[in-house]
Design a binder for this molecule. Structure first.
Ligand SMILES: Nc1ncnc2c1ncn2[C@@H]1O[C@H](COP(=O)(O)O)[C@@H](O)[C@H]1OP(=O)(O)O
Ligand SMILES: [Mg+2]
Ligand SMILES: [Mg+2]
Ligand SMILES: [Mg+2]
Length: 304
């Protein structure tokens, strides 16, 4: 008799398939040219692409898994309208993911343990400025407190998009995992939310090379592709939907993501009302000792 696919693996397979459709929706909005930008607050934009991608992703998940808790970034009426065109409802399951062997620890996870955190478009500020390489779609599958599976989708990669995925205990796919350089240290930080606190942190990390790019997903990709040793964001501003998928993919690759005290964020549904990652984001490559790196961060903090 055929083996029943574990729920976490099914969710990841759905996430990969759905992300391809949401990516196409984002590319189409960009092609059309009218981004429909709304200002949600200080340095916090939303576009037609954020709204439509979220509707596609949430409506697809809801129709397949009506009892699972889904938390997505956009909370306005338009984004929450799940009456979507039929072809936005994706029911396919990515075949490569279904072929994976589900890690033993995730075999018996039940629907009530799961929260799916969705950022339909990460790097909106960059998107509105035409910096399309910074944009990703983030879908993080979490079990109780932990981000265990995730998709980071780059809608503009080689004009066609690609889905990068990770499953903790199994591995990563959709890209080539690379080691960071061995000569100098490279850190990646915010482009659009840079301030004095971040500047002081960066000064404390010197000598090093600093790369400033948009998006939480994009910055974790810098680590995964060997372009940076760590992601440094000592301020609040990122939310759970910004880090759930990146943390899952990074953990699946052997890296770590924590707050500035070295503590992991919880991704349980209890965080829905207060999803802010208030103590910053510090993520390290599998090639870096996270505890040692956080000692350096703690030294910098004590001198500030
Ligand atoms: N102060 C903030 N207000 C709103 N979103 C923020 C803020 N800081 C970070 N973010 C979210 O985290 C992502 C990474 O931040 P940064 O690029 O500054 O490092 C941003 O693209 C944005 O996600 P989003 O684009 O999905 O709204
Ligand atoms: Mg946003
Ligand atoms: Mg985001
Ligand atoms: Mg977003």
């Amino acid at each position: 008799m055929a083996q029943k696919t574990a729920l976490v693996c099914k969710l990841l397979a759905s996430a990969v398939s759905i992300s391809h459709k949401a990516g196409k929706i984002i590319r189409d909005v960009m092609k059309k040219g009218d981004l429909g930008i709304i200002d949600k607050g200080e340095n916090d934009l939303q576009t037609e692409a954020d709204r439509s991608a979220q509707r596609c992703i949430v409506a697809s998940f809801k129709s397949l898994y009506p009892n699972i808790c889904i938390i997505a970034e956009e909370v306005d009426k338009i984004s929450q309208n799940l009456d979507v065109p039929k072809d936005w409802l994706i029911s396919e399951l990515d075949k490569d993911i279904l072929d994976l062997e589900c890690p033993k620890s995730l075999l018996n996870v039940t629907e009530d343990q799961i929260t799916i955190w969705i950022d339909p478009l990460d790097g909106t500020s960059e998107f509105t400025k035409g910096l399309i390489d910074h944009v990703t779609i983030l879908i993080g599958v979490c079990v109780n407190d932990d981000a265990v599976a995730g998709v980071i989708y780059q809608p503009f990669w080689k004009n066609q998009g690609r889905a990068l995925w990770g499953l903790v205990g199994s591995g990563v796919g959709g890209f080539e995992l690379k080691e960071p350089p061995t000569d100098n240290k490279v850190y990646v930080t915010t482009r659009s939310h840079y301030d004095k606190t971040i500047e002081s942190f960066i000064d404390g990390l010197k000598p090093c090379e600093i790369i400033r790019v948009g998006g939480a997903g994009n910055k974790v990709l810098y680590i995964l592709e060997g372009k940076a040793h760590a992601y440094v964001y000592p301020s609040s501003g990122c939310k759970r939907w910004d880090t759930a998928a990146p943390e899952a993919v990074l953990r699946a690759a052997g890296g770590i993501l924590t707050d500035k005290f070295g503590n992991k964020y919880s991704y349980s549904k209890d965080n829905e009302k207060d999803p802010l990652n208030k103590d910053g984001v510090f993520a390290t490559s599998p090639a870096i000792n996270h505890i040692e790196f956080m000692k350096l961060i703690s030294d910098i903090q004590s001198k500030m």
